[in-house]
Design a binder for this molecule. Structure first.
Ligand code: NAG
Ligand code: NAG
Ligand code: CU
Length: 140
């Protein structure tokens, strides 16, 4: 019983995967990769390598840009503004807690980065694709 309990609590930690995402690669308004399929307990590690950005959940359609402080949706998230203008490359880690699709963008410049395509999807589906979200953002 004891060992079963210990094993069951260790197994998810062993199977959990970290998904690294680079924010602002080569100075661009980008998340690299721009979409990730992840399981519950996996982590997304966003590393901010240029300028001053955020990764903040927002609506899939309608009013997408800019995402609001705090982020949109159940289990949404907001890194806040993280600047790589100095000598550091700050990181933000999100632990996946559900299997729902989540759509995120950058809040910077009143939505200008979001409208320029600085967008990211966690667990997009066939009905809610990254490309459709990105198109919605660029029009919003
Ligand atoms: C990052 O951007 C935010 C929002 O525009 C601003 O308030 C903040 O001062 C900026 N940080 C740096 C270090 O420039
Ligand atoms: C997201 O959509 C809801 C409902 O349409 C709306 O009330 C809200 O303002 C939108 N969020 C943003 C950030 O625009
Ligand atoms: Cu940005």
């Amino acid at each position: 019983m004891f060992f079963t309990t210990v094993l069951l609590s260790i197994i998810p930690a062993i199977l959990a995967v970290d998904h690294p995402i680079t924010v602002g690669l080569n100075g661009g308004l980008t998340f690299t990769p721009d979409q990730v399929q992840a399981a519950i307990d996996d982590t997304l590690t966003f590393t901010f390598v240029s300028k001053n950005h955020s990764v903040t959940t927002t609506n899939f359609s309608g009013a997408v840009c800019p995402p609001p402080p705090g982020g949109v949706g159940v289990n949404g998230w907001d890194s806040g503004f993280l600047s790589a203008l100095g000598t550091t490359t700050p990181q933000f880690v999100y632990t996946v807690v559900d299997t729902a699709p989540h759509f995120a963008s950058c809040m910077q410049a009143a939505g200008a980065h979001c409208r320029a395509g600085m967008n990211f999807a966690l667990n997009p589906t066939a009905e809610m694709t990254f490309d459709e979200f990105n198109t919605n953002a660029m029009k919003s």
